[in-house]
Ligand binder design. Sequence first.
Ligand code: AMP
Length: 326
Amino acid sequence: MNLEQKQRILEKIKEYDRIILFRHKRPDGDAVGATKGLQEILRLTYPQKEILVINNDFSKFVAFLGGEDAPCADELYRDALGIVIDTATTERISNPKYSLCKELVKIDHHIDIKPYGDVMWIEEERSSACEMIADFYYTFREELKINSAAATYIYTGMVTDSGRFRFRSVSGETLRLAGMLLDCGVDTDRLYAQLYLDEYHVLKFKAYVYKKMKISKSGVISLYISRAAQKRFGLTTEQASAAISYLDSVKGSLVWLAFIEGYDNTIRVRLRSRFLEINTLAERYHGGGHACASGATVYSKKEARALIAEADILLAEYKKNHEDWL
Ligand code: AMP
């Protein structure tokens, strides 16, 4: 699929001596895995080139994937090729200096609301950006080199962004590519320990989440996590944000929402759903995203309640018109 775009990207990579990789803000396993995985592949294949991953922020929960490169002088961007991965819009790019790059490549699996870049390779049906990087490697496997470190970065992104290969976006192709990566030597015991082990206070927080979650008339689950609660449990914003995944298995609750109070007077909203689409709802609240996984921002509890009310109507409507939901 999209062989022409992939070939153009490979040609661009060959053309440049310096390549800088970028990802989105508040990175997850997919964003970090894809950039670091591609960096490793390109460093192995083209040892004479300078391949850097430079971003402005980091998330503690993906720290096990290791750090990125230190900031560099603006001049170094000017003759570099920039590759932005897993980032739908330029506003979400972690490092604003991407714009200094001579040319820009966009590789993404999000809905392409605002195209950017000189070369774009977008596949919205892919379960992760890492799946695209795995596919890129596989397409040019005669030419590109891989090792177990690269395979582990990429496999981690595939596992985390697909809900452990559980989401509908997972295809036979996803698993074939994952299989190819496993054959390169991924230590899955270690990887899953890194993904699943929780600190004691985080498990205590989980108990709090189940106590505090609310259900609306039609079954929308919602949870408000105040700054005080984050402090009480000693959580980073990222750890508090992970609460969204604790809410995903309530029978009949096809929509679940987590509101995370920030330190800048904004409230981050994480929206998730089964079967029905919630991205248009997210778009009405300064956000967007995938059909069943979106993000938004609200600025008051009142606005949070309005979002829940809209979600409730959406879910009621869906249940009225469908019979096979769970
Ligand atoms: P999150 O709950 O923040 O992980 O977001 C879920 C998905 O929605 C991610 O894949 C993001 O790409 C997307 N998303 C989150 N926040 C926004 C936003 N403000 N605008 C557009 N897309 C977003």
